[in-house]
Design a protein around this ligand. Structure first.
Ligand code: NDP
Length: 296
């Protein structure tokens, strides 16, 4: 397939790398130097100067931008995606976006005979690089079937959850739960360390007990106990996801005091730690506030 990829960020880059070689790939990135470097590193990849050029003649476009607002903005203008996309093409949005904006985008595309699938991913850059992401899709059955073929090189699992917006709702709730676990694990482990319990012992017991999670089983042992904290996923993006989950609950008319709290707390930490902070930096911040280090 002829696939245009927009958004060569922390996770977009390894995803696009998996597509290169399987599909005929064109790449566009806001900072053009990143697209040029990507094309130089991957045989057969061509750089597009504008979103319009990216879309011109493409069977599918894959977007992986911070929020749905940037995806929507990419549609418009004489150099926008809509100026290049042909009827019958498909936009596969791998952004962790929001259902409301995605439904609006899908309607605009549908009016021109272009399909849309929200297809946010889970697994992070390491699993993107090995083609083992989980892709959560929202869209018509026919569009999702076409999207499967597009994303296959970076996906181990592609699940259709419902109509447009369902993938984004699912991803947001997943990440809100991730945020709960990160913040709570940081607070709990710091308290235990101050109470004299060795972090390694605490993590070992948690992971053999009912308080365990992906955070305590993988993230804390690999990145906190080792003190490596590699930047992989920006806290600003996690905060955005928690807010989307809170919006999903509001739209569904359900009560969500915990999701509302984690949304507010993530927003506060985003302001405190900055736009470039990593999603595990709140644990580092909890360590510093308590004057302890969770190493061992
Ligand atoms: P990054 O911040 O690393 O990259 C963002 C990308 O979007 C860059 O290519 C950036 O271009 C581009 N961009 C930013 N603003 C605009 C704009 N206004 N117009 C056009 N392009 C823009 O983000 P990630 O790659 O980490 O995340 C991308 C999406 O994937 C997010 O929705 C995130 O929540 C989700 N995600 C991320 C995961 C991760 O582990 N990193 C895991 C799962 C999902 P430029 O180079 O010019 O800055």
């Amino acid at each position: 397939m002829k696939v245009g990829f927009a958004g060569l960020g922390a996770i977009g880059t390894p995803m696009a790398a998996r597509l290169a070689g399987v599909h005929e790939v064109r790449a566009w990135n806001r900072t053009a130097a990143r697209a040029a470097a990507f094309a130089a590193a991957h045989d057969g990849v061509h750089v597009s100067a504008t979103p319009r050029e990216l879309a011109d003649g493409a069977d599918a476009i894959v977007t992986c931008l911070p929020t749905s607002a940037e995806v929507e903005a990419l549609l418009d203008g004489e150099d926008g995606l809509l100026a290049g996309l042909r009827p019958g093409a498909l936009l596969v949005d791998c952004t962790s976006g929001d259902p409301v904006t995605s439904r609006r985008i899908a309607e605009r595309l549908q009016a021109r005979g272009i399909g849309f699938v929200d297809a946010p991913v889970s697994g992070g850059p390491p699993l993107a690089a090995t083609g083992q992401l989980t892709v959560m899709c929202g869209g018509s059955e026919a569009d999702v079937e076409r999207a499967r073929e597009v994303v296959a090189p970076f996906a181990a699992r592609v699940v259709r959850l419902g109509p447009v917006g369902a993938g984004h709702a699912m991803k947001a709730v997943n990440n809100a739960l991730l945020a709960v676990n990160i913040l709570a694990a940081g607070e709990g482990l710091v308290a235990l360390a101050r109470a004299g319990i060795a972090p390694r012992d605490a993590v070992e017991v948690l992971n053999a007990s009912s308080g365990r999670s992906f955070v305590t089983e993988v993230l804390v042992p690999e990145r906190v106990l080792t003190g490596t904290y590699p930047p992989l996923f920006r806290l600003a993006l996690l905060a955005k996801d928690a807010g989307i989950a809170h919006g999903v609950a509001a739209a569904a008319g359900t009560e969500d005091p915990v999701l509302a709290f984690v949304t507010a707390r993530c927003a506060e930490l985003r302001t405190l730690l900055g736009e470039a902070a990593d999603y595990l930096d709140p644990i580092r911040q909890a360590e510093q506030a308590a004057g302890v280090e969770l190493r061992g």
